[in-house]
Design a protein around this ligand. Sequence first.
Ligand code: GTP
Length: 241
Amino acid sequence: RKRCIKITTGAKTFDAILGGGVESGSITEAYGEFRTGKTQLSHTLAVTCQLGFDQGGGQGKCIYLDTEGNFRPERIEKIADRFGLDADATLDNIIVARAYASDQQCELLKPLAALIAEHGPFRMLIIDSIIALFRVDYSGRGELSERQQKLGQHLSALTRLAEDMNIAVFLVNQCTADPGAMSLFAPVVKPVGGNVLAHASCTRIHLKKGRENCRVAKVVDSPSMPEAEAQFAITDGGIAD
Ligand code: GTP
């Protein structure tokens, strides 16, 4: 088994609840409601994975598979500045792939795996978001089992890629109100994707809004870490304490 590398989120307390950061070799999933920081965390990781090992990085490049048009090069430049990296070089090390349909998203993994093998080292593969296109393409009645089957195949391929290439696969996920749970204070939400995604994700992070500009990350499912929460902020330089 390859040595697991932990990639900093940009925030020390957030890293601590993850046992050091986002792990290479497996899938980490972040879910949460609108504007909770999923895309900002993705942009931050696209930069921090390039840092040296001694700085909490992975000394590798990043693939950003964008399914919603969320990627912003100008955000990357600001985050690179914060970490003392050259903005152009940092952007060059992020390969952005855009998918417009779920089958295209699945098919992209083959050329991306070839890219990883031939033009590495890569340390991070981000999919923002993992399931949005599947929800659109399989929205009809009776299409759920087919959707879950396709999603399952896609996630198996991602797990294999993570393990074979010692890459951190980071998935952004949506969530939905959980009708089975009640709270007086806020809607109780759960990630979409069902058991298929729950089983594929090695580590699950729930992102929530806190007071003012504060955000809260909660590790809800981890093989090695207890459930714990950390506060973080979204800054011009990305995720921070
Ligand atoms: P959706 O994409 O809306 O589903 O949510 P998301 O969870 O991906 O949200 P995202 O990561 O885009 O976070 C949005 C929040 O990030 C905004 O409410 C802003 O507070 C913050 N944000 C975005 N860009 C910047 C920026 O350049 N500077 C600062 N300081 N904050 C930013």
